[in-house]
Design a protein around this ligand. Structure first.
Ligand SMILES: Cc1cc2nc3c(=O)[nH]c(=O)nc-3n(C[C@H](O)[C@H](O)[C@H](O)COP(=O)(O)OP(=O)(O)OC[C@H]3O[C@@H](n4cnc5c(N)ncnc54)[C@H](O)[C@@H]3O)c2cc1C
Length: 400
């Protein structure tokens, strides 16, 4: 029985690594390399999954597809993944924030392991084969063909093409009743106006709000020469990936750097009483970095040269308001982020999530980012690829 896997990324190669011996497996890869994204992932360390053990919490990290992933994750979640790799001699370690990496801190450990397991199962990797056309043949087999006229005929096909569906392939599947959500970027920073002087500054555990859509995230915010990025911003971009695109990424945000406004009022009281001779710019709330403090003073129309003795209630009110809710306008999506993913892809109601098989075509399976599933950073995107791919492989194994 011949199995064609389209895409030698995380999902495609994990499937090849999980197929039983005896199949003829051909992995078709449009580029000249395999597992390229996995190699780059996690800054070259591969944040392979997240340590969150509670599935109800785990699925909250997926703005799209989380609910549908509940059962698949219970079948093959982070613990099963760790066990799988441990059996192949790869150990994991967990960092304080729950991100899981190979103990080697090297994504090549994962790349080499998957490559070698796929090879053991007899998988042949056909590089530079970009599948463009897909059709069902009268005998029930499937044909995949490339632009240069090469064709592969298989009894079963796994599509593991990642976030960017080739237009022809997508049209072919659409003709066979499959539906797709428009691919849109997720996990990106924003270009913003008026924050340029903060470039290089990082705010710890800040809160970011987008009042128009009621989104709120928290975490670090990093200011760049273009605008802002960092965990709280990436999470926000993921939550709003679809509605933000519709607005051309021109949005109003508010940033809060203190959780407790009373701590600022207490600080002002103490500053006036015990540090009255100090200048406003030289004596700041301890939780607010110096650069941001000076920026907020300026935004609030307060001279940094003002002595605390003369710091009025009015000054306190306007500074407090900017500390708790600094308004920022974004102008566009930032060009570069490290760990972008695509939201959108094959609609999940086209697939039986117990098998990852198409509801319209027998022996056609889907796994990974080509599905309309995407998540925050933290190892969740790769876990979705491992989970859906493992289930697809189990289904293919049962075809034998
Ligand atoms: C820089 C970067 C870092 C990341 N780091 C992390 C991380 O640390 N942790 C995490 O959880 N997620 C991370 N992600 C996201 C994660 O890598 C992806 O979600 C994951 O790789 C998806 O796996 P996949 O197999 O579905 O798709 P991919 O890994 O994108 O693989 C798809 C493959 O299919 C091939 N292909 C596509 N179309 C065709 C076609 N028509 N014919 C033949 N081949 C085709 C592509 O060339 C590609 O090799 C990162 C993403 C990026 C870009």
């Amino acid at each position: 029985m011949k199995i064609a896997i389209v895409g030698a990324g995380a999902a495609g190669m994990f499937c090849a690594a999980n197929l039983k011996a005896g199949f003829e497996i051909e992995v078709l890869e449009q580029s000249g390399g395999v597992l390229r994204k996995v190699e780059q992932s996690g800054g070259g360390r591969c944040n392979i999954t997240n340590a969150q053990k509670n599935v109800s919490e785990f699925i909250k990290a997926y703005p799209r597809g989380g609910k549908s992933l509940r059962k698949p994750l219970m079948r093959f979640g982070n613990s099963a993944l760790e066990e799988w790799f441990l059996k192949k001699g790869v150990k994991f370690k967990t960092e304080g924030d729950g991100r899981v990496f190979p103990e080697s801190d090297d994504s090549l450990t994962i790349v080499n392991c998957l490559h070698s397991e796929a090879r053991k199962n007899g998988a042949a990797i056909r590089k530079n084969f970009s599948a463009k056309n897909f059709s069902k043949m009268p005998d029930g087999k499937y044909m995949l063909s490339s632009q240069d006229g090469n064709a592969v005929i298989a009894d079963a096909v796994l599509f593991a093409t990642g976030g960017c569906w080739n237009a022809d392939l997508k049209s072919a599947l659409e003709r066979m009743s499959h539906k797709f959500a428009e691919p849109l970027p997720s996990l990106f920073g924003f270009k913003a106006e008026g924050l340029e002087e903060l470039a290089g500054l990082s705010l710890r555990d800040a809160c970011l709000k987008c009042p128009e859509f009621g989104f709120e995230t928290s975490g670090d915010i990093l200011f760049t020469h273009e605008g802002m990025t960092g965990p709280a911003v990436l999470k926000m971009s993921s939550l709003g990936a679809r509605v933000f695109a519709a607005k051309g990424y021109k949005l109003d945000f508010s940033l809060s750097v203190l959780k407790n406004p009373e701590s600022f009022d207490l600080f002002c009281k103490e500053a006036r009483a015990k540090h009255s001779k100090k200048l406003a710019k030289n004596f700041r709330h301890p939780e607010i970095p110096q650069k941001y403090w000076e920026f907020l003073l300026e935004k609030s129309g307060i001279s940094g040269e003002l002595e605390w003795a003369h710091f009025s209630k009015e000054n306190q009110k306007s500074l407090r308001s900017n500390i708790m809710s600094l308004n920022a306008k974004t102008t566009a999506k930032a060009a570069n982020t490290r760990e972008f993913v695509t939201s959108g892809g094959l609609e999940l109601d086209c697939v039986d999530l117990n098998t990852m098989q198409s509801k319209f075509l027998p022996n056609v399976f889907f796994a990974g980012e080509c599905l309309n599933i995407d998540a925050f950073t933290g190892g969740y995107n790769l876990q979705a690829a491992w989970t859906t791919s493992f289930i697809a492989a189990s289904s293919i194994n049962s075809l034998k």
